[in-house]
Design a protein around this ligand. Sequence first.
Ligand code: FAD
Ligand code: UDP
Length: 368
Amino acid sequence: MKEFDYAIVGSGLYGSVFAHEALKRGKKCIILDKRNHKGGNIFCENVENINVHKYGAHIFHTNDKEIWDYVNSFVEFNRYTNSPLANYKDELYNLPFNMNTFYQLWKVKTPQEAKDKIQSQIEKLNISIPQNLEEQALSLVGVDIYEKLIKGYTEKQWGRKCTELPSFIIKRLPVRFNFDNNYFNDKYQGIPIGGYNRLIDGLTKNIEVKTRVDYFNDRKFWEEKADKIVFTGNIDEYFGYSEGLLEYRSLNFEHQILDIANFQGNAVVNYTEGHIPYTRIIEHKHFEFGTQDKTVITKEYPQEWKLGMEAYYPVNDDKNMKTYNAYRERSKNETNVIFGGRLAEYKYYDMHQVVGSALAHTKKIFNA
Ligand code: FAD
Ligand code: UDP
């Protein structure tokens, strides 16, 4: 008999949901995280009484009532609706692309006028089946929006030309012919009241969590302590990079406390020009309708990922997917290890998808 049924590597959403579900079935778990806190990328730090999203803006959204009810059973969510703005050459445009954006760009007032305008731009391009992000974007919204609101932002975010990126990335954004600035189409959306740490605390209640512990520093020790390992870190690192390095995008966050109550009047403002080194400025208090005297803002600077840096976004292009598939094949032989989450599955997962995937996985493992 080993001391634990599961040693879970990573205290992000995947690891925490897994641990909660395993404990519910009477399993003994321990969670390890190499960072000095739990919560993975949804961790919030309290600064000036404001919940600062330390690893970038996180807005929970889902169409799945079961997932929404599940997260709400740990913490109540507020009615925050994400409606970011885009700043291009000091002009503001509403996102996602909708009638407000079309009016701001072309002064068109009706859906038909907007459709005609976009169609007139698309017609000239002769794109039948879009082969990459550039062609996908052009065939969805035409040249003006692509040039002003997509190209610069996307190329600095991903460090690659739009012609070299997969089209699915841009399909995340809705295009609407009404005046709805809601960034998401999902039925449910919000921010945990009091911040995301409450969600993680609820999920990991009664579970031992060890921070500042890197699994790779003492792999044998943890394998001897637990029957099974749940691994939510980088899959290429798990296999000693034997199939090659996977590429990720990293970010540098520059946080600032300002001695004013309201900096930009909105939680998220994107800067879509390629020469501005950051992609967006987040003003955290607006996620929770904060009325504090001060404010905290964060600029997000995208970076190429190098060994030793935090990996934030998988780069799911053909080359990397080939490498990932080689690791995936190898993972099938690791019968005592469960791989899950954004890094171990090398997937551009949103939070609800990570929760859904961990719930589905545990249901399968525990047969209920
Ligand atoms: P993570 O949260 O990355 O957790 C993995 C954990 O494993 C980390 O804490 C890490 O320290 C730990 N770990 C790794 N290796 C080891 C090791 N060797 N030993 C010990 N510990 C280890 N989703 C949304 O739904 N809405 C959003 O608005 C949104 N915005 C985002 C913005 C940014 C900038 C980013 C990067 C992501 C965003 N996401 C958003 C996605 C969301 O963050 C993820 O889907 C989710 O947090 C992933 O959870 P996870 O458990 O898979 O991974
Ligand atoms: N995007 C863009 N302009 C914007 C916002 C987003 O071109 O103002 C593109 C960009 O390629 C980005 C993708 O849409 O990577 C998805 O955006 P989302 O806001 O979903 O990105 P995330 O929150 O995951 O960083």
